[in-house]
Design a protein around this ligand. Structure first.
Ligand code: HEC
Length: 142
């Protein structure tokens, strides 16, 4: 009899702990994931990436503008992207999944302030565009 009560107590404790854990999970939105890299081969900055950055990023990240680019990060040239920002590199050549620029455009991370593009009328990049940027980085950022 005693042991039945003990078992019951254990079961209840475990059940409540699990319920608490499950509750914790449900209050957090599911972690966003990165769109897969494009399967396109021979991806280059000039042919594939420059048009994307031109449309969505260069108004704030332009090496040739009147003002310095935001975060001192120029995205109008391949050299600018490779050089990175005032805080250092924004891509890891060969490893798009750990490239800050990719996380920023895929809206992965804890700080929405870092999500790009910014601005009132900012339109997020499409999964296809993010996939191309990933393929470009994974293929050596040529
Ligand atoms: C409306 C202006 C604006 C647009 C458009 C914009 N950015 Fe930014 N970006 C900023 C500002 C401002 C910062 C400085 C840091 C911050 O506010 O988070 C920044 C910072 C960054 C950083 C982090 C640099 C660092 O190391 O601190 C990356 C990467 C970045 N932008 C990429 C992009 C990409 C890629 C696009 C286009 C898809 C884009 N941005 C479009 C304004 C913009």
């Amino acid at each position: 009899m005693k042991s039945t009560k003990l078992n019951l107590a254990i079961i209840l404790t475990v059940t409540f702990s699990l319920a608490a854990l499950a509750d914790d999970d449900s209050t957090n939105a599911p972690a966003p994931t990165l769109p897969p890299a494009s399967t396109k081969t021979g991806v280059t900055f000039d042919a594939d990436i420059k048009p994307i950055f031109h449309d969505s990023c260069v108004k704030c990240h332009d090496s040739a503008g009147a003002k310095p680019p935001k975060a001192r990060l120029a995205l109008d040239t391949r050299d600018g992207v490779l050089k990175g920002s005032k805080d250092g590199p924004v891509i890891t050549v060969g490893d798009s999944a750990h490239s800050d620029l990719v996380l920023a455009v895929a809206h992965v991370g804890d700080d929405p302030d870092e999500f790009m593009p910014k601005g009132r009328n900012a339109k997020p990049l499409t999964p296809e565009q993010i996939g191309l940027i990933r393929a470009w980085i994974d293929q050596g950022a040529k």
